[in-house]
Design a protein around this ligand. Structure first.
Ligand code: HEM
Length: 329
């Protein structure tokens, strides 16, 4: 009898411990404080210094790393599934063929494995920390990021093709896609404001220049000077896929500020969705308020990007901490 109650006690202890692991694992600001084998290592500082030195070589790591977080979090949550190499992984999905920054993540991971310790910092947290550094390097406002995500074991190309929005997505479908992940209209508009940095390839907006909605004409909402410039960059039937800046303010191409919103109010949006958010009454109030205030844009962007960073994350004991970001352990 005594043995039986001891076993029962033991079992309930195990259940309790598992339950508390599941309950207490959560995303936390400052999650890596004190977690490195080398107690003097500062994880966020290491991410900062590697990202900054890459930025010194190439300013376009800013858009690359910001987009990487978006494309990771939109598919299976922020689990670094976008980083996995393979024939039919997310990387190979059409919207991801122009995603960049994988090499920067590799460099950060290498530095962390050396300076913090083996298998301590997850690749999914690295994406989130590196994206924050990118925002700050671009001139945006610093915000706190959380850690504690674990890396996923699955990455599927078809899934990414279904879930990532195409350039010509409607405002309605976009509101639904962001809403499904817990983001409201103002969050969505602020997040699309990431198009204040970086480029789009002609193939992403060519339809607006020559055959909008199968009319055989250009999108009538596009500013005529912009239309003529873009037709020069993106010649009809050209075999070269050139790029255009998403923010048409030439002084602010790689700067993370609100000038994108000012540009789209002048009908200088590059992608269909860029222009649509200024034309639609559900979104143009947010566009106007961000165009009027850089700090309002930065504040809303930060809070929405943090929200996005918490979507469907894998917490301990699920997933793993990869040793190399491109493959599961
Ligand atoms: C409905 C929503 C969105 C659509 C349809 C969309 C679509 C696109 C497309 C088609 C490109 C150009 C790709 C190319 O031709 O090379 C692009 C670039 C970019 N997107 Fe978005 N995007 C959306 C939202 C977002 C969000 C939420 C973020 C980040 C928070 C983001 C960040 C970026 C950045 C930074 C670039 C420039 C990338 C570079 O220069 O390499 N986008 N986006």
């Amino acid at each position: 009898m005594k043995a039986l109650s001891l076993i029962a006690f033991g079992l309930s202890l195990i259940v309790l411990i598992n339950y508390s692991v599941l309950c207490f694992a959560a995303l936390q600001v400052g999650y890596y404080k004190g977690k490195c084998t080398n107690s003097t290592a500062d994880v966020e500082e290491i991410v900062r210094s590697v990202t900054a030195s890459q930025y010194g070589l190439d300013l376009t790591v800013v858009p690359a790393l910001i987009r990487l977080q978006f494309h990771d979090c939109f598919v299976r949550g922020c689990d670094a599934s976008i980083l996995l190499d393979g024939n039919s992984t997310e990387k190979n999905a059409a919207p991801n063929l122009t995603v960049r920054g994988y090499d920067v993540i590799d460099d950060i991971k290498k530095a962390l494995e050396t300076k913090c310790g083996t298998g301590i910092v997850s690749c999914s947290d690295i994406i989130i920390m590196a994206a924050r550094e990118a925002v700050v390097l671009g001139g945006g406002t610093f915000y706190n990021v959380t850690g504690g995500r674990r890396d996923g074991l699955i990455s599927n190309m078809t899934e990414a093709e279904l879930l990532l929005p195409a350039a010509e997505i409607s405002v309605t479908d976009s509101i639904t896609a962001f809403g499904n992940l817990g983001m409201n209209v103002s969050d969505m508009v602020a997040l699309i404001g990431a198009h204040t940095v970086g480029v789009a390839h002609c193939s992403s907006f060519q339809d607006r220049l020559y055959n909008y909605n199968n009319t055989g004409k250009a999108d009538p909402t596009m500013n005529l000077n912009l239309l003529s410039n873009l037709k020069g960059t993106c010649m009809q039937n050209s075999t070269v896929d050139n790029t255009a800046n998403l923010d048409q303010n030439t002084l602010s191409v790689n700067t993370f500020d609100n000038s994108y919103f000012v540009q789209i109010q002048q009908n200088k949006g590059i992608l269909g969705i860029d222009q649509e958010i200024d034309l639609d009454t559900r979104t143009n109030g947010s566009v106007a308020s961000f165009a009027n205030s850089n700090s309002a844009f930065n504040a809303q962007f930060a809070s929405a990007f943090v929200k996005m960073g918490a979507v469907n994350v894998l917490l301990d004991p699920f997933g793993e901490i990869r040793l190399k970001c491109r493959s599961v352990n």
